[in-house]
Ligand binder design. Sequence first.
Ligand code: SF4
Length: 417
Amino acid sequence: MEALKEPVLMPAEKHLAVSTIGIHSGITTPARDRNSGTPRPSIARSEALALMGATGAELVGLLHAAADLRERHKGRVATYSRKVFIPLTNLCRDKCGYCTFAKQPTHPGAGFLTPDQVLDIARAGQQQGCKEALFTLGDHPELRHSQARDQLQRFGHDSTIGYLAEMCGLVLRETGLLPHVNCGLLNTGELLELREVCASIGLMLESSSTRLLERGQAHHGCVTKAPQLRVETIAAAAGLGIACTSGVLIGIGETAEERVEALFLLRSVQEEHGNLQEVIVQNFRAKPDIRMRNWSDPTTLDMVRTLAIARLVLGGAQNIQAPPNLAPDAYQWYLLAGINDWGGVSPVTIDHVNPEREWPEITALRAATAEAGYELRERLCLYPEYVRRPEFVRSGIGSRIDAWTDPTGLVALKETQ
Ligand code: SF4
């Protein structure tokens, strides 16, 4: 396996001279949030791009503006979802340069979980007070690997999505955990298969750059990573009343312009379709067994700067998440850069996407969140803004949501461990 060479990141263009006051006064536009109907604060592309190079007092001003915008819309609460991670299959039709999750069929640990294994993991989560069953899996491995087709046949299926839908139904029925699925691209028929048995889906945009599909880039040879295809899945999900999580993966060879463009694309997806319940900003982490093993990780400042810009681009109403386990010594800064969510945290299973990075204990996450001035609250995989909207909640899932949540749509304190 040949390691990719890290390209030189194009520097952001000359900074705008943006003071704290300048940012505060320049972020209101007439655009309206699809969910709240309130005006969406935002900044222009050129300003966002200039801020990608913010340093010194300008950077402090950027963080101040982002934290202030977040607090005006989200208060001083930071959320997380107590989940159990179910890696249904680590076979995949793609091979992204940064991925350690997908395995070749010849790898000794490659394959599908059996229904009994799925249920055992879900039950372990149930016993630990989890509410979310996060199904993460490779994208349509049966389209590339005969081993995947053979294994699916043994389970009585000819498609991964068919088997996934059956496993979501099993977990929902037997444990009450709410399935959230990260399974790659989906067409309308596949979304319909999953619609009744999962609460929400996740599909990272990763990047809006088609350049990253070229030879030598992170997504070379990856048929599922065309940005337009990923937007089409989110749009199709919107038409079926399925809430989606998406986001960007930073540090995979994108330029500053491309990173900003991805944030604006996600903003326009939410404005047009209204089902983007959360935007994740995730930082690339090098690992020894990936093609991009020699690349540098984004710095904490790069991450913090991007989070603050994401808040200003996406507005105060959007939920913005960054994972705490990918910067264990620095993640409190993410709160000060405007995030309001830590994503899924598991007291039971490892992060199979970043297996070398342990999740913090929830008590430690609570303490770190409080030290930065915020209260940690548990949410479901379906965000509070969506749990009371019938078009996003199926009958088999609504009763579980009602049992767990308080009037704000967050998990009631008596249900939180
Ligand atoms: S990141 Fe996802 S699509 Fe890419 S190889 Fe890994 S599992 Fe497959």
